[in-house]
Design a protein around this ligand. Structure first.
Ligand code: AMP
Ligand code: GLY
Length: 424
């Protein structure tokens, strides 16, 4: 099979690495990719926003499956446009991607199908949102409705902060994404990420992980796209997984099918494990980054077989088996991230880190004069496996220490919850 992978981050490097291992693969292309992806795929320069150009490329190269990594193209309808051109796609349609593209859409679906989530209000004017915030009081959560690169959520501990967040949204802090706002009840509990592969009818549980969103050790500082992750998340017991399938994922699949937008692709549920059971924080309609990296390290199955089954509505006939080991990834970021990261510094020692047994996925790198340089905020995902999360963590940090990049930094406590549980 010939496959085109869309995207350029660490997630896509992990997907490319796993796809390249499939005996079914003939040629793998990636657009735009990165120097890590280039180890596994032929990079092509395509304007991803030009769906007709992507379709023409697919026809020209006899592409059998397009795998879409990030949410942007999905929300923009690349799935619809490619399918209309007769090209098979792993990823949801434009409307199905609204589960990530519009927080209000998801909240309304939850309300209609009784899916457990925070109580909410949905507003199109600052005055109405402010009135609701004042009625409910703090702590309270303010969310820009649309895609805001992970920055559209404010967990406000005071009324003042909440009102400020409402005003910022309506004053355009998140562009069009903030023209509509969801105001939510504040939930408490431990967070976990739960993934399913979906084919429109069937949802196949596809692993658990925990992410670390804050930039600093001890979960302090500003939010990021994710500074590290590990899998599995021991807090997600088989009972909790079954409850999440029954109460959250299956009603979502049913609801989407009923509204004529069956969901296929990756359904990534961000969960809050409250004392009343799992509640949905949000959906993403793609793999998490860096959660995908740890899932791919543990997946025993041929990824291409599974993604094909999802694209063909055949997930009821396949299963996903996992290695018993835990996997952990530490994100190395360029100084300045999540503000303005410094670009262009040279990174050495990736080969040494990999020789130690770790896998280094490239997230934001570029190849300049034969050297790997930083080219983004999150730059490398140093990933290791082990018999326990503690062992995987030790492996990942031993590999981090072999990387020579003074302009980079990472959190030193990825996996701390699981490590504490293991040591208890
Ligand atoms: P999101 O971008 O929706 O994942 O939100 C970012 C983070 O905000 C989540 O990972 C949670 O830590 C937090 N958060 C979002 N919604 C709520 C809520 N209703 N109650 C408490 N924390 C929340
Ligand atoms: N790591 C969180 C996300 O991919 O949304």
């Amino acid at each position: 099979m010939n496959v085109l992978l869309i995207g350029s981050g660490g997630r896509e490097h992990a997907l490319a690495w796993k796809l390249a291992a499939s005996p079914m693969l003939t040629r793998l292309y990636a657009a735009p990719g990165n120097p890590g992806v280039a180890q596994e795929a032929e990079l092509v320069s395509l304007d991803i926003a030009d769906h007709a150009a992507v379709a023409a490329f697919c026809k020209d190269k006899a592409i059998d499956l397009v795998v879409v990594g990030p949410e942007g193209p999905l929300v923009a309808g690349i799935g619809n446009d490619l399918r209309q051109a007769g090209i098979r796609v792993f990823g949801p349609s434009r409307v199905a991607a609204q589960l990530e593209g519009s927080k209000g859409f998801t909240k309304d679906l939850c309300a209609r199908y009784g899916i457990p989530t925070a109580a909410y209000g949905r507003f199109d004017t600052a005055a109405a949102a402010r009135a609701y915030v004042e009625k409910m009081g703090a702590p309270i959560v303010i969310k820009a409705d649309g895609l805001a690169a992970g920055k559209g959520v404010t967990v406000a501990m005071t009324l003042g902060e909440a009102l400020e967040a409402v005003d910022a949204c309506f004053e355009g802090a998140f562009g069009g994404a903030g023209a509509s706002v969801v105001v939510e009840e504040f939930m408490t509990g431990e967070e976990a990420s739960f993934f399913c592969l979906c084919d429109g009818k069937t949802a196949l549980p596809f692993g658990t992980a925990q992410d670390h969103k804050r930039v600093g050790d001890g979960d302090v500082g500003p939010n990021t796209g994710g500074m590290g992750a590990y899998s599995p998340a021991p807090v997600m017991t088989p009972e909790l997984i079954a409850q999440t399938m029954r109460e959250i994922v299956e009603p979502t699949m049913h609801g989407m099918a009923e509204m004529g937008a069956p969901f296929s692709g990756v359904l990534f549920a961000g969960l809050m494990l409250t004392d009343k059971g799992p509640r949905l924080i949000e959906y993403n309609t793609r793999f998490g980054d860096p959660e995908c990296q740890v899932l791919m390290m543990r997946l025993k199955e041929d990824l291409l077989v599974l993604l094909n089954a999802a694209a063909d509505g055949q997930l009821g006939h396949v299963s996903a088996r996992w290695r018993d080991e835990a996997a952990l990834t530490a994100v190395m970021a360029a100084k300045g991230y999540p503000g303005t990261p410094e670009k262009g510094s040279v990174i050495e020692g990736i080969d040494k880190a990999e020789a130690s047994g770790a896998k280094v996925f490239h997230a934001g790198t570029a190849l300049v004069d034969g050297k790997i340089v930083a080219n983004g905020g999150r730059v490398l995902n140093v990933t290791a496996t082990g018999k326990s999360v503690s062992e995987a963590q030790a492996g990942a940090y031993a590999a981090v220490d072999l990387i020579d990049w003074p302009e980079g930094f990472c959190r030193r406590d990825i996996g701390w919850r699981a490590v504490e549980r293991e040591q208890a």
